[in-house]
Design a protein around this ligand. Sequence first.
Ligand code: NI
Length: 356
Amino acid sequence: MKYELANSSNKHKAFTQKGKGVKMQKYTKRRRTYIFQLAWVVILLSATIIVFLYSDKLLPNRVNGEIPTAADYEAANSNEHNPIINKPTVESEANLISVIDTDLISDKDTDLISNKNTDEIQNPDTDVDLNNLAAENNITDSENNVKIPESDLEVEPKKLIAFTFDDGPYPDVTNRILDVFEENNAKATFFVMGNRMSTYPNTVIRAYELGCQIGNHTYSHKQLTTLDKAGIIYEVEHSNELINEVVDVGDVILRLPYGSHNELVDKTVKVPMVNWSVDSEDWLSKNKDKIIQQVLDTIHENAIILMHDLYGTTADAVEYLVPYLVENGYELVTVDELFKRNNIELEAGKAYRNAN
Ligand code: NI
């Protein structure tokens, strides 16, 4: 019995061990199944993520986030330019900008400008859309290796204007104005007085080094129509020499004192004479708000704006106007740049008011 007992005990032990073995096998099999299923889930998830991430590259580009239809595929494959993407978006972008600009600037009511139109421009949805569309265009171009004519991609060019400052330099004011132009990466033209050159050379040098243009406003601001030929020559040419003692600019354009000229002046002056089309009347009002209003009321494309770097109120107005105009689609350039960009070659002895 003991033996039997021992035997049965052994049997039992063997049975138990055998049972354990079966359980282990079942467990391992189930675990393998789980791992196998899990692997499939991971593979499917990865594939989904990859397809999602690269869908723009695998499929024709989306337009405004919409997935293309079968017709879009055909159109995309049948044209070297993708007609769905490129032309309409670029054109609508240009149209949108031109509509905003026209609304904004032609409106003389500043309340409307600051309330209604500014909201339109600052609408974040519009900004995001334009950026996304522009980015999509770039991707399409590089991937299809299609060279699209530059004209198709150009955004509407900015409207050019030239700010000009007469009667300076006067460091207290001129430097404030230069600070504004420097901060806004904009340029201006300074029509300086010959008789101020030796007193304030550093201000002129700073303007020149910032890429601003230096023009001549005669030696002592005499009205040239009241002078004889020798007088005109002295006022213009002596001043030009003094300017060149400070900055090496050669023969520079002339701003006529009081804008006045006659036949003798035209014949005698050997450089172009550039007057203005927008008078800020800063010399008259000496009031920041009135100067700003006057400029916004009369500004136009290719305008030449007259100001004087003599008054603190002029600098106050410039501090507002320059960033405001830059934000609203204007490019502030020098007089030379304004005419060059309009393909106008300035002629000696001829008077100009703007670049139209
Ligand atoms: Ni003047």
